[in-house]
Write a protein that binds this ligand. Sequence first.
Ligand SMILES: *[C@@H]1O[C@H](CO)[C@@H](O)[C@H](O)[C@H]1NC(C)=O
Ligand SMILES: *[C@@H]1O[C@H](CO)[C@@H](O)[C@H](O)[C@H]1NC(C)=O
Ligand SMILES: *[C@@H]1O[C@H](CO)[C@@H](O)[C@H](O)[C@H]1NC(C)=O
Length: 651
Amino acid sequence: MAALFRRSTVLPFLLLLPLLLFSVSPLACGKLINDGGEGGEEGEQFAEELLLKPLPDRKVLAHFHFESTTPPSADNGRHHHLFPKAIAQLVRKFQIKELELSFTQGRWNYESWGGSDSLSSTNAKPPGVELWALFNLPVKEIDATWKNVTHALSGLFCASVNFLESSTSYSAPGFAFRSNVSNIRYGALPREAVCTENLTPWLKILPCRDKAGLASLMDRPSIYKGYYHSQRLRLTSSELYGIILEQTLTVVLQPNSKRNAAHSSLDVSIQPSWSISSMFNKKVAGSCVLAKASRILIELEKDIISKLEKMGHGDSWSNSVFDLFPSPVRVIKDFNSLPGESNSILYEYVNHNEYEALDVGIKWKIPFVWSSPHAPFHVSRFLMGSGNERGSIAISLQSTKLDEELVHKSQGCTMQVVIFQVVPWYVKVYYHTLQIFVDGRLQNSSDMIEKMQVTPSEDKMLPGTLELMLKYPCSVQSVILTLDFDKGFLHIDEYPPDANQGFDIPSALVTFPNFHSSRKYVKDEFSTDSPLLRKFQEKNVVLSYTEVLLVPLTTPDFSMPYNVITFTCTVLALYFGSLLNVLRRRVGEEERLLKSKDAAKRGLIPLLFSKLSSKIKGQNPESSNSSSLLGSKFLIIIVVLLAFLWHYFLN
Ligand SMILES: *[C@@H]1O[C@H](CO)[C@@H](O)[C@H](O)[C@H]1NC(C)=O
Ligand SMILES: *[C@@H]1O[C@H](CO)[C@@H](O)[C@H](O)[C@H]1NC(C)=O
Ligand SMILES: *[C@@H]1O[C@H](CO)[C@@H](O)[C@H](O)[C@H]1NC(C)=O
């Protein structure tokens, strides 16, 4: 009876238990998410955004932007629920004020993908790895800390960033990289290969990894198939705002143009239509629940908009030129233009529906041509001279056509250009040989150089650094700088594998301090809540990275030791083989054997004949035996002598 009673009270409770749990759990989850997402200005925050942009050369730019922030540590203690703990520890331990690490494959095409907009001035990076860091430390501690930072980063990102530890591979820029800071270090590894093993740890820092939200679009085959791939991490830490971690991935992809081919064979010049699913083989299925904002933006450049306006379409997203699908939630205009000029437009899509996949795209209807905004000068760098002894580096600045309008507008203006170039020690640059050619004519360089700072290289200690500020009239069409150098010799164990490929000189950085890229959006709650738009509104100097140079150095013939070994072994084998053969041979026995054979064969009469003939010659038949013995001894002596001579001459 008692048992029955007990069961009857326990059973309803057991039935209620799941109900209770269910009613509690959404509350708990909601609270957690609130803590992360809407914890006000004080809490940790995360936002994800994706910008898509058609490029003039039939490609598409996809720019993923993730931002995590944490308030100053005094408010928050050491506990993090959104912000990656590894990064926070890195910042605190090494007193990092700012840091940027980028892994890039391919070269940004400044001519057709844009050279002066906000996106290219912050996200176009040199090939390989680039790392710079600004420390909040006394100058004498910086070098030691830099070494530890490179080790920590190489562990975090599975890359050989630790090669930047050695003093030959990093430098301390004076004014050319960042004006007036002394505690900055800069290093680049142009040959570092970038692959998924670098992307995976980078994604691990995101709160939702690549399991949900926009990061789930990162289908590895699609993003590594692109023409350009740059994965970047930027840290900013201050007492006031805490730590801001900005992670961006910029890829330039070629959309599949199969559909277009079916469309019409005549429209070869029509831009390929694309959508998220055609480029990444996936649609966006909901946002990362921890993200405060998750949105997709499509950007149309200035030139497209001005052409559309001429055709009378304004900013509509469905016109005779193209259709954007689905319809955007909002149209955001840039207001930072001179009167009478058009500006770029962003179309916004909010990504929040978990049940309906979002597939944003564009469909072109007629052929349409436009161009990207250029930097005032197109920069390139090349090598001159031949042979393995010396050569010269040339940096060429060619005025872009677009700048002509600017020149006409402001007669008598001057152009400022800052060049920052790091050269490894084995390329010994003679800085006094600097020559400047303006429009093909040699110019007195003291007239053009406004500021110059040179750190000569030291063998196996320090790379050479050249920082140069040039000033010349805007009407100049081309400027070419040349510098002569000698090629150094490396120790045999300093050669990297495959040394015959050549040695890379990292990209030079050319900045145009008078030119800034920034946009202005109407201030509303949206523009302050979007980290990407906030980033676009910052004033960034227009800059370009040059190509990486490949310098062939004198390399020893690495196959020589093997040739020597094989050759010596052959000779030794021949020598010992013949020596042993001679030593082993029992001459007397052989001859007796031969004789007995001969006797058996020839019979008695021929034997007699031979004896007779030897008698006639006056020789003992036995003596031939001894003479052959003598002959073989002689042979041995000759071989030994030869071997001795061989060894003597070889050494
Ligand atoms: C760097 O690391 C070394 C070895 O782990 C350590 O001894 C040194 O104190 C560290 N230096 C700094 C500035 O953190
Ligand atoms: C650095 O530049 C800023 C303005 O750009 C100036 O206010 C500051 O005094 C400069 N600092 C040094 C150390 O020159
Ligand atoms: C270059 O200019 C400097 C100063 O203006 C002058 O002293 C020098 O002689 C000039 N050199 C040449 C080759 O004209």
